[in-house]
Ligand binder design. Structure first.
Ligand SMILES: NC(=O)c1ccc[n+]([C@@H]2O[C@H](COP(=O)([O-])OP(=O)(O)OC[C@H]3O[C@@H](n4cnc5c(N)ncnc54)[C@H](OP(=O)(O)O)[C@@H]3O)[C@@H](O)[C@H]2O)c1
Length: 262
């Protein structure tokens, strides 16, 4: 299969850990030049230099907080100064905390939305003119199954994800005349630091141990296990590649068969 990704230029957010880190690895292996973003500078720079050494493509590390307008501006300015153009944006940095209606404060709702909803919207708005000027490109949003399958213990995550799914679909329409394909992945449970911290918070709220909670969550997954980050990254690479040239406005479930909708 011809992916035709070699020489493309991409931004991956939340790229120092978990799904973003695995996606950066998979894109670098296909010859993509990368700008990677996360807040903590040391692990981000170490990962960027590791990728650059092993794969031989340019990898720029930009430490920035994407929950803020200033952080978005820092990332876009650094990317433009280094590469000047963009082919692929992967919106991935997000960490909405678990919680029910009253257990989360309004400030927590706002902080979580600032990254997972507004961070995706603002960064997409900021780079859209670059993609138009390039004559096309890809935007891939890493969202999450709670947007389709609400859960009382993850209210804010479900609400933000539902908004991002709707946005993805509509942006598929808006991007089509420009050759910009906009898609999303809804991962199910993925074994990352974030998954473990969600489990820990819910276990405290519900009085269950983490292994008990994990077993409960995964009991409904036909494949009976959480995904590894690389299993999300491989679908991300496909959706950003020439092999997915007729796919836009689509949300791909990568959840071990969990979602019931057809
Ligand atoms: N893991 C799952 O089971 C799962 C399931 C469904 C959906 N998802 C979604 O997939 C995405 C990635 O999740 P993950 O599990 O891979 O997360 P993760 O392992 O916790 O990694 C998060 C990454 O984002 C960065 N980050 C966090 N806050 C940031 C901020 N304000 N600005 C810039 N970078 C920031 C982190 O680095 P710093 O801390 O240094 O900033 C890190 O590189 C998220 O949007 C999440 O909601 C995950």
């Amino acid at each position: 299969m011809e992916l035709a990704l070699s020489g493309k230029i991409a931004i991956v957010t939340g790229a120092s850990e978990g799904i973003g880190k695995a996606t950066a690895e998979a894109l670098a292996a296909e010859g993509v030049q990368l700008t990677l973003c996360a807040r903590r500078e040391a692990p981000l720079r170490a990962w960027a230099s590791d990728l650059e050494q092993r794969h031989g493509n340019a990898v720029l590390a930009v430490p920035a907080d994407l929950a803020t307008e200033a952080g978005i501006a820092i990332l876009v300015a650094a990317h433009q100064a280094r590469f000047g153009v963009l082919d692929v944006l992967i919106n991935n940095a997000g960490s909405i905390r678990a919680g029910s209606l009253l257990s989360k404060t309004e400030l927590e709702w706002q902080e979580d939305f600032a990254l997972k909803f507004w961070g995706y919207v603002r960064l997409t708005r900021a780079v859209w003119p670059l993609l138009v000027a390039r004559g096309g490109g890809r935007v891939l949003n890493i969202i999450g199954g709670a947007g389709r399958q609400p859960s009382a213990g993850y209210l804010a995550g479900g609400a933000a994800n539902a908004g991002l799914m709707n946005l993805t679909k509509a942006l598929g329409d808006e991007g089509a005349p420009h050759g910009i394909l906009v898609n999303a992945i809804n991962p199910g449970a993925v074994r990352t630091a974030r998954w473990l911290s969600l489990m820990q918070r819910q276990s405290a709220e519900r009085g269950l141990s983490v292994p008990q909670l994990e077993a409960e969550q995964l009991a409904h997954v036909p494949l009976r296990r959480a995904a590894e980050p690389a299993e999300i990254a491989s679908v991300a690479v496909f959706l950003c590649s020439a092999a997915a040239s007729y796919v836009t406005g689509t949300i791909v479930q990568v959840d071990g068969g969990l979602a019931r909708s057809i």
